[in-house]
Design a protein around this ligand. Structure first.
Ligand SMILES: CC(C)(COP(=O)(O)OP(=O)(O)OC[C@H]1O[C@@H](n2cnc3c(N)ncnc32)[C@H](O)[C@@H]1OP(=O)(O)O)[C@@H](O)C(=O)NCCC(=O)NCCS
Length: 331
């Protein structure tokens, strides 16, 4: 059994928010954001409107289905990676199932933050190879924007994130395409280095007015620690998966990394010994869309002709948890 990515696609909200727009609401500058992160603009949903994470996921899924030449009814499992589900519960998997009008199938959420899609790809691959499911929809989708602290207090993290969704359709195939392997890791000692503490499950009412005033319902990050770990762990896991398959970086057509920060991507390319042309980056346009960065970047790199059927592609990520990992794909 082999696992083929038969379709992929993405969707981002139309609403573009530039660094200059952020300058108007917090003490930051276009220059600082571009220099430290490489981000020029990102997409935000219109807040308090009728579009949420599952809606972005559905649009991305429809594009992936279209490329695959399949219908929603062909899907027999949905895996949805997100840290920003429409509701605390249920997850977006079931909402996607209903909004796509799929038949009654299993659908679940994966809470692995920036690594959600990387984790989901291994799960989808193993489900296909075990023969349990034949057609899997794997989506990464996020609506981060309404939850960010868009004041000067939250500027170190809020300028980095954006909204978006990307999707893969996976099926068994015997034409040479395959997910050759995946390596996944976590180290929960660092759970509070990039996290959203509130609403807090054990707390009566989950959150108080004081918690909200103190901004505990906004994500928090120790940026330097995340940076340091990301530029170490990503190259490590990429080298590991290549070695396991007796390959070197020279065999790879494209590395599609999580889009967290241009400086992280450049450091990863340098440590891998690859030119930037072989390490895809679109962070300038979308910022960090968390679980959606990898499928969005994958689709864009393919659309730009940077890899084709038969080529080897590595997808890799690092994020909150800490979690990190890589997938080796014969596209
Ligand atoms: C967040 C990040 C860009 C900050 O860059 P940095 O060089 O570490 O900057 P620092 O946090 O040391 O802050 C430097 C200064 O800029 C200020 N600053 C922070 N955010 C700012 C902003 N948006 N605009 C202007 N100044 C800002 C800080 O207050 C600090 O000021 P000070 O020196 O007067 O105290 C960087 O740490 C990073 O990219 N980390 C990884 C983040 C990431 O990828 N997270 C997601 C992973 S999934």
């Amino acid at each position: 059994m082999r696992t083929k990515i038969v379709g992929h696609g993405f969707f981002v909200p139309e609403n573009i928010v530039t660094n200059f727009d952020l300058e108007k609401i917090m003490d930051t500058s276009n220059e600082w954001i571009v220099e430290r992160s490489g981000i020029h603009e990102r997409r935000f949903i219109v807040p308090d409107g009728d579009v949420s994470t599952s809606d972005l996921a559905v649009k991305a899924s429809q594009k992936a289905l279209e490329m695959a030449g399949l219908k929603a009814d062909d899907i027999d499992l949905i895996i949805a990676a997100t840290l920003s589900p429409d509701f605390f519960f249920p997850g977006i998997g079931v909402l996607i199932q209903s909004k796509l009008a799929c038949k009654a199938i299993p659908a679940f959420d994966l809470r692995q933050q920036c690594c959600g899609f990387i984790y989901g790809l291994q799960m989808a691959d193993l489900f296909i190879k075990s023969g349990v499911y034949k057609t899997i929809l794997l989506v990464g989708a996020e609506v981060q924007s309404p939850g960010l602290d868009k004041t000067t207090r939250g500027r170190d993290i809020s300028v980095l994130f954006g909204d978006g969704a990307g999707a893969f359709i996976l099926q068994n195939s015997d034409d040479g395409s395959d997910i050759l392997g995946s390596k996944l890791y976590s180290d929960g000692r660092y759970y509070d280095q990039l996290w959203l503490e509130y609403p807090l499950t054990k707390k009566t009412g989950r959150i108080s007015c004081e918690d909200i005033e103190a901004g505990r319902h906004h994500p928090k990050m120790n940026g330097r620690n995340v940076f340091r770990h990301a530029i170490t762990k990503i190259p490590e896991v990429v080298f590991e998966i290549l070695k396991e398959h007796q390959l070197t970086v020279q065999d790879i057509a494209m590395v599609v990394p999580h889009q967290a920060n241009q400086r992280i991507t450049e450091a990863v390319a340098q440590r891998l010994g690859l030119p930037m042309e072989k390490v895809y980056s679109n962070i300038a346009k979308y910022g960090n869309t968390t679980a959606a960065t990898v499928p969005i970047a994958f689709h864009e790199a393919w659309e730009a002709g940077l890899f084709k059927r038969g080529d080897l592609v590595v997808t890799t990520s690092f994020g909150s948890g800490f979690t990190w990992g890589a997938n080796l794909i014969r596209y």
